[in-house]
Design a protein around this ligand. Structure first.
Ligand SMILES: Nc1ncnc2c1ncn2[C@@H]1O[C@H](COP(=O)(O)OP(=O)(O)O)[C@@H](O)[C@H]1O
Ligand SMILES: [Mg+2]
Length: 244
């Protein structure tokens, strides 16, 4: 059975249909890619799945057999569905370790404080932030390390599914390579990953299924190689090939 089922999800902002009748399934254990031109509704899709900050106007979202479209962002996170944001987000004046601890404490399961510390340490190790930097405040970190910290905070929650919104945006080529390795390591832990990315090559090397959105609608869905060969996808991409 699918771990995530999205059914006929719609979200409008005034007269703009940011999401128009979107349906797809994500299988447990896979890396599921979401692509689409700037403004096609990718981030809005993550917003309505996680209810951060709002759910859908219409449609169902089922996570692990539970309907979540009317649950709070808080409850959804505690069910094991975590997300990151397009812009690196952390508590700037807290230390690296304290940021990761927020994820570890926020985990849906009961944990002892030593289990929480272990989970925070382990998540920071996974993203490659060394122990000697655990005491630095988040605002002392580079853009890449802040992205890694945001990821570590999400991983410390021990989610079953992680939604990543453009984890490679604003990164250099070698940093993009490192993020690909990092996302693979997260998936190898059994965390199902849904990955939004504007850069198609990034998605091609990681995802087992690929969904392409265009103007709030599903343009193509399937195996990545056949999706990118779809003439409608090529047109949508080449027609709007701007950074974003
Ligand atoms: N909170 C909001 N209020 C009004 N319009 C929004 C809001 N969030 C997104 N939009 C609009 O919805 C469309 C889809 O945006 P978004 O999901 O951010 O696209 P993407 O992530 O694919 O670049 C855009 O036209 C955007 O301006
Ligand atoms: Mg976006």
């Amino acid at each position: 059975m699918a771990l995530l089922q999205v059914r006929n999800v719609t979200k409008a902002f005034g007269s703009l249909k940011a999401l128009d009748n979107i349906s797809f399934d994500v299988a447990p254990g896979e890396i599921f890619g979401i692509a689409g031109p700037n403004g096609s509704g990718k981030s809005t899709l993550f917003n309505v799945i996680t209810s951060i900050p709002f759910g859908p106007d219409r449609g169902q979202v089922v996570f692990d057999g539970i309907e979540i479209q009317r649950k709070s962002g808080n409850d959804i996170a505690r069910l094991g569905l975590a997300r990151t944001f397009q812009r690196e987000t952390s508590f700037d004046k807290l230390t690296v370790f304290e940021n990761a601890m927020i994820g570890a404490v926020y985990c849906g399961r009961r944990r002892t404080s030593s289990e929480q510390r272990e989970s925070a340490t382990d998540a920071l190790n996974l993203v490659g932030i060394e122990r000697k930097r655990f005491g630095q405040t988040a605002d002392e970190l580079s853009v890449y390390d802040r992205k890694c910290l945001m990821l570590a905070t999400a991983v410390a929650m021990a989610p079953r599914m992680l939604l990543l919104d453009e984890p490679a945006s604003g990164l250099t080529k070698p940093e993009i390579e490192s993020s690909i390795g990092l996302i693979r390591r997260i998936a190898e832990r059994g965390i199902t990953v849904v990955l939004i990315e504007h850069v198609l090559t990034f998605l091609m090397s990681l995802s087992q299924h690929l969904l392409v959105l265009n103007q709030g609608q599903v343009l193509a869905l399937g195996e990545p190689r056949s999706v990118i060969a779809d003439p409608r996808v090529i047109e949508a991409y080449l027609g709007t090939r701007k950074a974003g």
